[in-house]
Design a protein around this ligand. Structure first.
Ligand SMILES: *Cc1c(COP(=O)(O)O)cnc(C)c1O
Length: 456
C-alpha cells in the first residue's frame, strides 16, 4: 500500500486542510508492513506483541482534526479585491497590504511579491549580481527551488554537508567549500528550524559573500529572537500550498540592503524599474516575469493574520515531541537551539540503525499502524543525486557553463555523507497547528512503544 492511499506525501509534509489523522489510518498502514522477511511480521515477533500492526491497540487514541485553512479573513480580503478595477500588482491595495503585513513579520526595507518561493530566490540571486560561473554554496537536502534560480543565472550550486540533527548547513563544511569563485551562501532553514545565522553571516562577511536566507519553510521562525529573513542580505519566502501560510502559489523576497534592495522589483518584473527615474528609462536589466497578482496577494495578506498563532502552536508541539522522545535509546530528536523558534513545517527524528532490529522504512510503517502520521525520510535523494544533476542536463540536456569551461563541477562525484545519512535514517512526523498536546503525547508514546519493541 502506498502512502498516497492513506495521506499524500504533500499532506504528510505539510499537514493540510480537512484531514483527520488518527483512527482512519490504522488499517491501511498495518497491511503495508506485512511484507515478507520483515522482522515486524516474523512469527517470533508476532507472539507477544502489543503492536497495532499485530492487532494490538494503537498508541494514538486522540485524533487530530486539522481544520479549514481559510475562512472569513480571506473572504473579506477577496471581497475588497473584487471592488477594484484592476488586479495588477503595481500600486494594488492587496499587494500594498501584503507588503505591510510581511514587514511586520520580517521587518526589511525593500519587498517584492512574486509568483513562488523559487521566484523569490531567483530574484535575490539576480539582484545580488550572481552570474556565469559564480559558485553558490547551499544545502543538498531542500526543495529544488532553492537552486533553480542559481542555475538559471548560469551560476553553480555547490553542496555543503549538514549538521546531523538540525538538518541545516554545517558551517565548517561551508567554510571548506569556499573557493575564489564563491559569491554567495543560501542558508535553507529546513523545516523552519533556523540555521546558525551568526556563524554563517560571520563567514560570509569574512569572505565578502552574500547571504541569502531560504525561509520557504520558516514563516514565523525566529533566530535568537530575531525574525527569520532579516540576518542575511535577502530573505526569501514561499506561499505555495504546502507551506503553513499560503495563497496557492506565491512568494515574497525582502532585503534591507541599499544596493540590492531596489533591484528586487525589476528582477521580479521583466527588468523594468517601475519606481523613480533613478535608473533612467528602458530595460537596463534582464529578467523574466515573476509577478504576483492581486487575488493571490489578498489571500496571502489575510493568511498573515493567522501566522503568529500557527507558528507559536507548531513551535510548542514540535518542542514537546522532542522533550518526550529525547530519552528513548536509539532515537535522535530534531535539534533546535534553545533560543530559537523552530516552526516545524515537519518534524523529523533520526534512528540509530544499529539500535534496532528493524529497518528505518519498517519503523515508519509500524509507527503508522500505531496511528502516527509518519513517513520515511524527506526528499528522494540529495539534489546532486537527481538525474538532471548527475547528467548536467539543465538546458536542453546541456550545461553551458561547464561546456565553456567556467566550472569543472561534476555532480556525479559529489558526496555529502551526513546529508545522505539523514535521508536514510530520518522519520518525518506531521506537525500541524490543529493538533492537541494530547495528540503529540500519544505520538511520543507510539515512538517509545515501537522503539522498545524492536530494541536490540
Ligand atoms: C517550497 C520551497 C521552495 C520553493 O518554493 P515554491 O513556492 O514551491 O517555488 C524553496 N525552498 C524550500 C526550502 C521550500 O520548501
Amino acid at each position: 500500500m502506498s502512502e498516497k492511499q492513506t495521506i499524500s506525501r504533500r499532506q504528510f509534509v505539510a499537514g493540510t486542510s480537512g484531514l483527520v489523522l488518527g483512527a482512519a489510518m490504522h488499517g491501511g498502514a498495518a497491511k503495508a508492513a506485512e511484507t515478507p522477511r520483515s522482522p515486524a511480521t516474523s512469527p517470533a515477533a508476532k507472539k507477544k506483541s502489543d503492536l497495532a500492526i499485530h492487532g494490538g491497540k494503537p498508541a494514538v487514541t486522540h485524533s487530530a482534526s486539522l481544520g479549514r485553512r481559510w475562512g472569513d479573513p480571506e473572504r473579506r480580503q477577496l471581497d475588497a479585491m473584487l471592488q477594484q478595477d484592476t488586479l495588477f500588482y503595481w500600486g494594488g491595495p492587496q499587494t500594498k497590504l501584503l507588503i505591510e503585513r510581511f514587514q511586520q513579520v520580517c521587518p526589511v526595507k525593500y519587498v517584492q511579491t512574486c509568483s513562488s518561493g523559487t521566484a523569490a530566490i531567483h530574484i535575490a540571486v539576480a539582484a545580488a549580481g550572481i552570474g556565469p560561473g559564480d559558485e553558490v554554496i547551499t544545502s543538498p537536502v531542500t526543495d529544488i527551488g532553492t537552486v533553480i534560480g542559481v542555475l538559471y543565472q548560469q551560476a553553480v550550486p555547490v553542496f555543503a554537508d549538514l549538521a546531523p540533527c538540525t538538518y541545516n548547513l554545517d558551517v565548517e563544511d561551508v567554510r571548506r567549500k569556499i573557493t575564489p569563485k564563491t559569491k554567495a551562501i543560501i542558508a535553507v532553514h529546513l523545516t523552519g528550524n533556523p540555521c546558525d545565522l551568526d556563524a554563517l553571516k560571520a563567514l560570509a562577511d569574512q569572505h565578502k559573500l552574500i547571504l541569502i536566507e531560504d525561509c520557504a519553510q520558516a514563516w514565523g521562525a525566529r533566530y535568537r529572537g530575531r525574525p527569520i529573513g532579516t540576518v542575511g542580505h535577502f530573505g526569501c519566502f514561499s506561499l505555495q500550498n504546502s507551506k503553513h501560510v499560503t495563497c496557492g502559489d506565491g512568494g515574497v523576497v525582502g532585503s534591507s540592503h541599499e544596493e540590492f534592495g531596489p533591484l528586487l522589483q525589476p528582477f521580479g518584473d521583466k527588468g523594468a524599474f517601475r519606481t523613480a527615474r533613478r535608473e533612467g528609462g528602458g530595460f537596463r536589466r534582464f529578467a523574466t516575469n515573476y509577478r504576483m497578482s492581486e487575488p493571490q496577494a489578498a489571500v496571502a495578506a489575510a493568511q498573515l493574520t493567522r501566522l503568529e498563532a500557527i507558528a507559536a502552536k507548531r513551535a510548542r508541539l514540535g518542542n514537546l515531541l522532542s522533550e518526550k522522545i529525547a530519552h528513548i535509546p536509539g532515537i535522535r530528536p530534531h535539534e533546535v537551539h534553545p533560543q530559537d523558534r523552530a516552526v516545524y513545517w515537519f518534524y523529523m527524528f533520526r534512528i540509530r540503525p544499529e539500535a534496532f532490529r528493524i529497518s528505518r522504512d519498517d519503523f515508519a510503517r509500524v509507527l503508522r499502524a500505531e496511528g502516527v502520521p509518519a513517513a520515511a525520510g524527506y526528499i528522494h535523494s540529495c539534489l546532486y543525486g537527481e538525474p538532471v544533476f548527475r547528467e548536467h542536463g539543465f538546458f536542453a540536456g546541456r550545461w553551458p557553463v561547464r561546456e565553456f569551461g567556467l566550472t569543472q563541477m561534476d555532480y556525479s562525484k559529489v558526496k555529502c555523507p551526513e546529508a545522505e545519512a539523514i535521508l536514510a535514517t530520518g522519520i518525518r512526523v506531521t506537525i500541524h497547528e490543529g493538533m492537541s498536546e494530547e495528540y503529540i503525547l500519544d505520538v511520543a508514546k507510539a515512538i517509545e512503544k515501537v522503539a522498545k519493541h524492536f530494541a536490540v
